[in-house]
Ligand binder design. Structure first.
Ligand code: UD1
Length: 423
């Protein structure tokens, strides 16, 4: 087992280049199953979720060639199987996109119940509702979801809950359906637009992605034969922005879409730190004094993203005054607060709210990444704490951040991955 050892009190300084978005990549990879041709996907983050997805696609009959460290050429013309390997699909949440993709392309899908970060109940009723509205039958038994449709027919689908995954999955299922599908109360996250752009580049007809009404005119086939580059990762960019503030550092964040980061920028400025748009695709973020308290409520895009809540929590642990975070998406997203309390933070989490009584500084402790974003938050906590912090459960972090230690190290962080010999 490996652990990270982070030796603190570092003010981060320098430039960081943001990778392709994890949450877009894990939707675009299954979306390639809809393509009856060859396509090239570039700017793929080199993370374990992407590697597992590529293996699953190969098991289904896709031919994948890595043509660079972050680019694949994928040929999905000869898909031979509609059952995804259960042991692999249970490892991460985004395996649910295989249902929409296989249903669309092959009219049949069998996928293990999706795994992923334990953030509380993660129902998929809205996905199922969408598939059934399109004419599919869906059955869940023995830890598997089986979906079947002789024909998928476009219709109007109203989402009872704003769900990123269900919006994308219904989009995938309806691209090759007969007629027009309208998704109302759709989620608007940047990666939804990215998946729609990918599908349109391959030959689909999707309009309105990024708004709450998405219209999909079914087409007979996606011929592919095109290149697509994955959008920069909004959450990775936000993680480094918040790391700059937490460490009272000075960072240039390159290869980001500044518009996607407005909810984070607004809160950083409210705390008394600075964000300068350098034009193009770069942001300058710096902080030269103790941040002041702010209150946060996580919301679907364009609200403050739940996936940046733990990283923000690190700043609020050491900010001046008492801040409140209200988490409205995931019921168990405050598990990281117990780890920060081991490092001297004063946080009380009660149901959907957590109260952060800011302390002067954090101190080192062995801590456990309880999920992916909690892991990133603990790295930031280690960077600003006194002493050497040991972080365990790195598999969570490796799922979603490309070269995270190397990127932080280039900014001056003292961070090493070492074999844990104590177990
Ligand atoms: C995606 C992201 C995840 C992020 C989340 C919210 C991916 C792979 N993961 O997860 O990182 O934290 O968006 O921005 O993109 N819900 C239902 N029924 C459903 C679907 C969802 O009740 O059928 C609820 C969930 O329990 C949650 C809320 O809706 O409370 C939002 O979930 P959703 O947007 O679907 O999250 P994911 O797509 O799983």
């Amino acid at each position: 087992m490996e652990k990270l050892v982070v030796t603190g009190k570092t003010h981060l300084k320098g430039e960081v280049i943001i990778s392709g978005a994890k949450n877009a990549a894990v939707a675009i990879l299954p979306a390639t199953l809809l393509v009856d041709g060859i396509c090239v996907v570039e700017n793929l983050p080199n993370i374990s979720d992407v590697k597992i997805y590529c293996k699953i696609l190969e098991e289904l009959g896709a031919k994948i060639e890595w043509i660079g460290p972050n680019a694949i050429k994928i040929d999905t013309r000869f898909i031979s199987c509609t059952s995804a390997p259960l042991d692999m699909t249970s490892k991460f949440r985004a395996s649910y996109y295989l249902i929409g993709s296989l249903l669309s392309r092959c009219h049949h899908a069998q996928v293990g119940m999706p795994g992923g970060c334990k953030l509380g109940a993660r129902p998929i009723d809205q996905h199922i509702k969408g598939f059934e509205r399109l004419g599919a039958t869906v059955e869940i038994s023995s830890g598997k979801i089986t979906a079947h449709a002789d024909t998928l027919v476009g219709t109007s689908i109203y989402m009872d809950i704003v769900s990123v995954g269900a919006t994308i999955n219904i989009m995938l299922a309806s691209v090759l359906a007969k007629g027009t599908t309208i998704i109302e109360n759709a989620a608007k996250e940047p990666h939804i637009v990215d998946v729609a752009n990918f599908l349109n580049t391959m030959g689909a007809d999707i309009r309105g992605a990024g708004t709450d009404v998405i219209k999909i005119n079914g087409v007979d086939r996606l011929p592919g034969n095109a290149n697509y580059s994955v959008v920069p990762d909004q959450i990775e960019a936000g993680t480094f922005m918040l790391a700059a503030v937490a460490s009272r550092g000075d960072l240039i964040i390159k290869n980001c879409i500044t518009k996607h980061l407005e909810p984070v920028t607004a809160k950083i400025v409210e705390m008394g730190a600075f964000v300068e748009d350098l034009g193009g695709d770069s942001l300058h973020v710096w902080c030269n004094k103790r941040p002041t308290k702010v209150n946060i409520k996580t919301l679907p895009y364009p609200g403050f993203p739940t996936d940046l809540q733990p990283q923000m929590g690190v700043i609020l642990s050491t900010a001046e005054g008492t801040s409140i975070i209200n988490e409205s998406i995931w019921e168990s997203r405050f598990q990281y607060t117990e780890e920060l309390n081991k490092m001297g933070a004063h946080i009380t989490a009660q149901g959907k709210s957590a109260f952060f009584e800011g302390v002067e500084s954090l101190s080192s402790s062995p801590v456990y990444a309880t999920d992916l974003r909690a892991g990133a938050a603990l790295i930031i906590a280690g960077i600003i704490a006194e002493g050497s912090t040991e972080i365990y459960n790195l598999e969570h972090i490796d799922r979603g951040y490309e070269n995270i230690e190397e990127k932080f190290r280039k900014l001056g962080a003292k961070i090493e991955r070492v074999e844990d010999t104590s177990c």
